[in-house]
Design a binder for this molecule. Structure first.
Ligand SMILES: Nc1ncnc2c1ncn2[C@@H]1O[C@H](COP(=O)(O)OP(=O)(O)O)[C@@H](O)[C@H]1O
Ligand SMILES: [Mg+2]
Length: 267
């Protein structure tokens, strides 16, 4: 790793509770520099896991939040105008490949497919990145790895990864942790008691059972962390749950009533 990436090293150990053998599997994948895809619903721990792994492997982490307007140049780099003329600036993907970082493309399906294909030559045995405008071919640094996150729930025909992209990656499935583990995580992240955290998880479990029956997505661990933080600050549990858990995920009055009722059952 080179000096350019010092700022991208994670200094303090991120709090991450393993759910199964994902840490060992990821380490094995990294050891052969296999590109990795983390699949699962939003707010279930994918980003936290990558941060933890980057810390554990002592590698810099460059994260890109993908969106529809993103172009290949946003990833690869571009010429900038300055007082002395033009100067090339590496984009995040080029910087990671050149100097040896883990490059995390968060919510990769948000990017257009013609943008996503720029990772292809980096994610097979070539491990190169052509900078066409600059006329340079970057040979990826030995430490470089690509990681993408992907929410299969959002998948539609228009918005999905091409098979030719998918088949370059190993994949790990993520989901909301089991009840006791998720309670522990919520208690640790917010400072509420294990008992309160467990009630929050129970509310979320009710909502998760309604996924596909009026709800597009269940209540995530991230939302429980928000609710717990509010309760820890002294907000009444009912108000905290309404604001952090129920109102954000549905506009439907009947669904809101059903979820509010679940909250009052547990609190
Ligand atoms: N296994 C876990 N260990 C520790 N924290 C977790 C875990 N799973 C979820 N979390 C908590 O949930 C929050 C949301 O997770 P995040 O990684 O941001 O989700 P996403 O899957 O959308 O990337 C984290 O900030 C963290 O507080
Ligand atoms: Mg994330």
């Amino acid at each position: 790793m080179q000096d350019e990436l010092r700022d991208y090293l994670i200094k303090d150990e991120p709090y991450y509770r393993p759910v199964a053998d994902e840490i060992e599997l990821y380490e094995a994948a990294y050891s052969v520099r296999m590109p990795m895809m983390l699949k699962g619903p939003t707010g279930c721990g994918k980003t936290r896991f990558v941060e933890y792994m980057a810390w554990k492997l002592n590698k810099p982490l460059i994260t890109v939040a993908c969106n529809e307007d993103m172009t290949a140049s946003d990833l690869v780099g571009r010429f900038l105008l300055d007082a002395n003329g033009t100067r090339w600036q590496d984009g995040p993907l080029a910087m990671a490949a050149r100097h040896g970082a883990i490059c995390y493309l968060d919510e990769v399906v948000e990017a257009r497919q013609d943008t996503t294909v720029v990772i292809h030559p980096l994610t097979d045995n070539r491990r190169v990145l052509p900078l066409e405008r600059k006329g340079e071919l970057i040979q990826a640094h030995p430490d470089f790895q690509v990681v993408i996150s992907y929410n299969p729930g959002y998948q539609s025909l228009m918005k999905d990864l091409k098979q030719s992209t998918k088949q370059r990656f190993g994949a790990l499935d993520f989901n909301y942790p089991a009840h006791d583990l998720e309670s522990e995580i919520v208690a640790h992240e917010t400072g509420v008691s294990l008992d309160v955290a467990s009630k929050l998880v129970s509310v979320a479990e009710r909502a998760r059972n309604l996924k596909g029956h009026g709800l597009d997505e269940g209540i995530s661990t991230r939302m429980l962390v928000y609710a717990g933080s509010l309760i820890h600050k002294g907000v009444a549990p009912l108000a905290a749950c309404r604001m952090a858990l129920v109102r954000p995920i549905t506009d439907d009055p009947d669904m809101r009533d059903a979820l509010d009722a679940a909250v009052t059952t547990f609190f």
